[in-house]
Design a protein around this ligand. Structure first.
Ligand SMILES: [Zn+2]
Length: 163
């Protein structure tokens, strides 16, 4: 059945998200962007920022899977638990009005990096996220946001892990 999975990574794909998970700097992302890491998942500040949603995060499974079609039940649970924890941190760090997640699969679904990932956006009333443009940021711009999220995660401690 696995040969039927829809995959789009080119042969020999040098996965930038696996590099971040391994603890290396990667194109557009440096280790200082990482806000959360456990045995199964890693989260960092997305280098692309939408106009009014600065400091959004990416959450990935440490194990390389390309897309939703390769995510098994265990991994789905691990990733969503890892999404939930920084979501609390974003609320605390940015005082945002809401949180949105976005997850894209295959070229037709606007997937651009071939490693399953969930976008975690801080949302603000009237921010028009879905119509706004994104730009690539610098590590210097991201550093204070990553620091705020890490600080919020520390303050929350285990509180963010349980319902
Ligand atoms: Zn990967």
């Amino acid at each position: 059945m696995s040969e039927r999975l829809p995959r789009h990574a080119p042969p020999g794909y040098d996965c930038p998200f696996c590099a971040v998970v391994r603890g290396e700097d990667a194109p557009w992302t440096v280790q200082a962007d990482v806000v959360w890491r456990n045995a199964e998942t890693t989260a960092w500040v997305n280098p692309r920022w939408w106009e009014k949603n600065a400091g959004a995060l990416l959450v990935v499974p440490n194990r390389h899977v390309e897309n939703l079609f390769e995510v098994d039940r265990q991994l789905a649970g691990d990733v969503h638990a890892a999404v939930r924890r920084p979501a609390f941190a974003l609320k605390r760090a940015y005082r945002c009005d809401g949180i949105s997640t976005r997850q894209q699969n295959e070229p037709g679904g606007d997937q651009e990096v071939w490693h399953y990932h969930v976008h975690l956006f801080p949302r603000y009333s009237g921010d028009a996220l879905y119509g706004s443009a994104a730009r690539l940021t610098t590590p210097e711009e991201r550093a204070p946001y990553a620091a705020r999220v890490r600080s919020a995660l520390r303050e929350l401690g285990d509180e963010a892990q349980t319902a």
